[in-house]
Write a protein that binds this ligand. Structure first.
Ligand code: GDP
Ligand code: MG
Length: 177
């Protein structure tokens, strides 16, 4: 359906996954509301935010889902993944264990998706260069092996946040058009 005359409209569901405290909620709040919370506490339950974008004159709505803390209990439900056509798989460049979890998150994504998913590997908190525990090269290499886009971001200082989401949205659009 469409709101504006003659225009087409798209709705893409995108999920953000990755270990607890890598910055998933802050990446979403930075992108959708330009907000950052230094003391964000996980709320329980699924949440999403919708962000509009125009591509080739078409109105594209990205419905971006946040786990809202479910991942702490390793209980991200299949409902969370259902219908997703895009995913940001996030680790924290200052915590190696979160990078080592990426494979598990990719497996879970694969298990729950029944369609092609535009996927980006996101190394968040790139502002924490002084305590970096995962090199850019390692991130790139993993992304290449797994066939993902790759970007380092900072929800804190906004580096690449918009770019990362928009790359995924554009890739979804390309896949379906
Ligand atoms: P989530 O559990 O993956 O949703 O992570 P949150 O978004 O709740 O963030 C966890 C913690 O990391 C919070 O204290 C955030 O303020 C902090 N954080 C999130 N993104 C960044 C970032 O890009 N840089 C830095 N330095 N801290 C961040
Ligand atoms: Mg969160």
């Amino acid at each position: 359906s469409s709101d504006d005359e003659g225009g087409e409209e798209y709705l893409f569901k995108i999920v953000i996954i990755g270990d607890s405290a890598v910055g998933k909620s802050n990446l979403l709040s930075r992108y959708a509301r330009n907000e950052f919370n230094a003391h964000s506490k996980a709320t329980i339950g699924v949440e999403f935010q919708t962000q509009n974008m125009e591509i080739e004159g078409k109105e594209v709505k990205a419905q971006i889902w946040d786990t809202a803390g479910q991942e702490r209990f390793r209980a991200v439900t299949s409902a969370y993944y259902r219908g997703a056509v895009g995913a940001l798989v996030v680790y924290d460049i200052s915590r190696r264990s979160t990078f080592e979890s990426v494979g598990r998150w990719l497996d879970e994504l694969k298990t729950h998706s029944d369609t092609t998913v535009a996927r980006m590997l996101v190394g968040n908190k790139c502002d924490l260069e002084s305590i970096r525990a995962v090199s850019v090269e390692e991130g790139k290499a993993l992304a290449e092996t797994e066939g993902l886009f790759f970007m380092e971001t900072s929800a804190l200082d906004s580096t690449n946040v918009k770019t990362a989401f928009e790359m995924v949205i554009r890739d979804i659009y390309t896949n379906i058009s």
